[in-house]
Write a protein that binds this ligand. Structure first.
Ligand code: CA
Length: 408
């Protein structure tokens, strides 16, 4: 069993980024030391699109109080196998429904039981990174709706189907005509604590669309369960909740109801962003942190080769990020001043990881991608508490937090 501990960080006043890994035989856990640039200057200083700086915005004093977190502990157990590029998984009672990118067929299983088909979403076209993507579930009284984000021959769309007695009903179109392309299709959907449906839409390799408020490309959208525009959206008459995204594929809310999202960068930085209504996240003007007051910097950024973030989960104070490119699972905690602390787990051990979620067995589940045809699966692993991680700063809005890993 691995335990981790961390020493205090040391401020150096400039951006730096280092990775340390343990030996491969010990599970290849990495601890990353990250620079943190205060968002406060950006959020407080005249960014009209930003509504509020909120609880996690960094103050000019970067001394943060440590927060404890969770990390996966032990060897993950494969709870279902035989999948082919599973993209999303949701639970409905004891049933776990899974989308696979290359087919409109939705499969389901119960723990300890085998896979079965529960229905097929029509008009799914899998090209490039598009296809059958995100799933979400809405329960209204006795009625259960399964939502799906998928590619068609002419862009992406969101549909829903009633789920009853283990079978999906007819498709209702929730939102049609979303931008789509061979790549950067976004595709994650999730219901927020406000009961609204959120969707990540990529810029479909048309970067300029990310800054165009009239395009739904390169955006995070917020809609009613029927696909309508909520009357309290940040831009009147628009589904756009935030803009300036490249290819976001992860959504999660913390215990304060704050939305967070992961985003694929281009070739330099991948991002974890704290999403403000109406906020502009910089792409394509900025990739990663830029310190430009017109844009909101990521709370955390990673070199693309060690991340490639798809799904995002939040469990009891800890973010878990599915590292696709980096073939690892990341855990991230954020101290009271907003400084992120991250650890990588299972580096290279399970291949590309597409999604991560809190499972119905009270453990963390993650979905593998690209281990060979029908050779992907969902793995389950218990979570264990970590010691609080102290982060303090000695100078400047930019700092380096240094954490040393101790193997026991
Ligand atoms: Ca950005």
């Amino acid at each position: 069993m691995k335990n981790r501990d961390f020493d205090n960080c040391v401020g150096t006043g400039h951006l730096r980024h280092e990775v340390r890994r343990t030996g491969a035989g010990s599970g290849a856990t990495a601890v990353v030391q990250f620079a943190m640039i205060a968002l406060a200057f950006i959020m407080i200083d005249a960014t009209p699109a930003v509504v509020s700086s909120g609880a996690h915005a960094q103050s000019s004093s970067l001394n943060g109080t440590a927060t404890s977190g969770l990390v996966p502990e032990g060897t993950p157990v494969e709870i279902v196998s035989g999948l082919d590029i599973p993209w999303s998984a949701v639970t409905v009672g004891r049933d776990v429904l899974v989308s696979q990118r290359g087919t409109g067929e939705i499969v389901a299983f119960r723990l300890g039981e085998t896979l079965r088909s529960v229905g097929t979403v029509p008009d799914v076209v899998a090209r490039g990174d598009g296809g059958m993507l995100g799933l979400a579930v809405l329960t209204e009284g006795a009625e259960v709706w399964v939502y799906a984000y998928h590619s068609t021959a002419s862009g992406n769309r969101i549909v829903r189907m009633a789920y009853s007695e283990g079978v999906l009903g007819d498709v209702q179109i929730v939102l049609d005509g979303l931008p789509g392309g061979r790549s950067h299709n976004g595709g994650r959907i999730a219901f927020g604590p406000d009961g609204m449906l959120y969707a990540t839409v990529g810029e479909t390799r048309n970067p300029d669309l990310s800054q165009d408020p009239n395009s739904l490309a390169g955006k995070i959208l917020r809609m009613t369960p029927a696909g309508g525009i909520p009357n309290d959206n940040p831009i009147d008459g628009s589904l756009v909740y935030s803009l300036g995204h490249r290819n976001p594929q992860g959504l999660a809310w913390d215990e304060n109801g704050q939305l967070w999202a992961t985003e694929f960068g281009d070739d330099a930085w991948d991002e974890l962003n704290r999403i403000e209504p109406g906020g502009n996240y910089g792409w394509p003007v900025m990739e990663g942190r830029g310190g430009n007051a017109a844009y909101i910097d990521p709370v955390m950024q990673w070199r693309t080769e060690e991340m490639g973030p798809s799904g995002l989960a939040y469990v009891d104070g800890t973010f878990f990020v599915a590292g696709l490119t980096g073939q690892r699972l990341w855990s991230v905690t954020i101290d009271t001043a907003g400084n992120p602390v991250a650890s990588a787990h299972y580096v290279g051990e399970y291949g590309r990881i597409r999604h991560v979620l809190e499972g119905s067995d009270y453990k963390l589940w993650f979905l593998t991608n690209g281990r060979g045809e029908n050779n992907d699966g969902i793995f389950s692993v218990p979570l264990a508490p970590t010691p609080a991680r102290q982060c303090t700063a000695t100078d400047g809005p930019a700092q380096v937090c240094r954490y040393d890993e101790i193997e026991r």
